[in-house]
Design a protein around this ligand. Structure first.
Ligand SMILES: [Fe+2]
Ligand SMILES: [Fe+2]
Length: 268
């Protein structure tokens, strides 16, 4: 039984290391269609409106959304270990470290929510990240979707959250949590960048040609992430200039037209 089958969020955190070790050492287990949850799961379009960060409730809600993302990131790591038993062992071992670190991020968020006077389950969650991958993915698809697209846009979003929290007197504790997570996420995205190139090399694929093509071929399944691409963080996380341009072009192509106009007139 893998962590995705356990509904209790604290049980999941407690078992993450063991779940990963079991798979990395050659164990196998079926992957459920959807991960088990101990809180209400709802399409994000139906979630209640958010409050500003000047209110503790607004910060707790943001940490709750982030916790749901960290939880899915953790479970996606386990899922990749279960679905790609033949991936290079070094990849699997590094992925285990990334996945265990997602468990730490999840715990930080849950503790932060608690410190603000709220609890896990005070808002609904979604499983859109889990829904963005499928058993039919190739390893390159999976790396691109999870570590380069989803975690990559997480970096962009995280830097924006930090900026917003910097302007809040009462936001230091939350800022510390988000800051630590965003810093460590650079390593997760870089893990994806490095392994994407290594797997391309192993499969004799030109990574610079493959990246924009694969983004295009996967676009129908990628959740729409509208955050402006943070070039500095993407570079730190192993993106090439061409890949950043491809991400920016992709973002432009999914932006609603009013936002497109605003981003065309904004100064870089
Ligand atoms: Fe994380
Ligand atoms: Fe991550």
């Amino acid at each position: 039984m893998l962590v995705m089958d356990t509904p209790d969020v604290w049980e999941k955190i407690k078992n993450i290391q063991k779940s990963c070790e079991f798979l990395v050492q050659g164990g196998s287990a079926p992957v459920p269609q959807w991960p088990a949850r101990d809180v209400q799961v709802l399409d994000s379009k139906l979630h209640p409106p958010k409050k500003g960060f000047s209110l503790k409730e607004g910060q707790a809600r943001m940490l709750h959304d982030l916790a749901s993302i960290e939880l899915q990131a953790m479970e996606l790591g386990v899922r990749t270990l279960a679905e790609f038993p033949d991936a290079p062992q070094a990849f699997r071992e590094e992925l285990m470290a990334v996945t265990v670190s997602e468990g730490t991020h999840l715990r930080l968020c849950l503790e932060g929510i608690h410190d603000l006077g709220f609890k896990w389950g005070d808002w609904p969650v979604h499983c859109a990240l889990w829904g963005a991958v499928s058993a039919e993915d190739s390893l390159l698809d999976r790396i691109l979707i999870v570590h380069r697209y989803l975690e990559g846009s997480g970096l962009d979003a995280g830097s924006y959250l930090i900026q917003r929290l910097d302007g809040i007197d009462d936001g230091k504790h939350t800022r510390k949590i988000v800051g630590q997570i965003n810093f460590e996420e650079i390593g997760h995205v870089d893990f994806g960048s490095q392994w994407y190139r290594k797997i391309c090399q192993l499969e004799k694929i030109d990574a610079s040609v493959d990246f924009p093509r694969r983004m295009e071929s996967l676009r129908w399944k990628l959740p729409k992430r509208m955050e402006k691409i943070n070039r500095d963080l993407r570079l730190k996380a192993g993106f090439t200039e061409e890949e950043i341009l491809a991400c920016e072009a992709y973002r432009e192509s999914i932006l609603p037209s009013r936002q497109k106009l605003a981003s065309a007139t904004s100064v870089r």
